[in-house]
Design a protein around this ligand. Sequence first.
Ligand code: 5GP
Ligand code: ZN
Length: 125
Amino acid sequence: MSEAAAEVVRRDPDCLFCRIVAREIPSTRVTEDDLVIAIRDIAQRAPTHVLIMPREHIPSAADLTDAEATLLGRMFGTAAAIARAEGIAEGGYRIVTNVGAWGGQTVDHLHFHLMGGRPFTWPPG
Ligand code: 5GP
Ligand code: ZN
């Protein structure tokens, strides 16, 4: 991405994940490309627990429209690729995105939790 293009990406200077995207706060990156980054969750709830997020600031899944179709495809494709790379694809895994307070969202920057390496129950608590 050119510097000019990077400047128009939406960013919230007070957002934890925007600061992680900008490397102002360190994280363990699993993979990244022009649209998304994937990092290890700081509080692992499963043997594999990776957060996949857009570089741009989108508060949650409630803010998505057709305009983010390419981004969403990339986020799901990245999750599937990481699952294969981590050896959890065959056994199965879970992709979760929490929305709002009752949904359990604590960081208001869209992210998928990719969790695997153990069985999960349904429904979640
Ligand atoms: P949410 O609760 O919004 O669905 O998910 C936020 C996730 O971000 C939580 O699982 C939490 O452990 C993780 N998290 C919070 N702060 C940090 C951080 O500074 N670094 C990383 N890598 N993960 C974080
Ligand atoms: Zn953000």
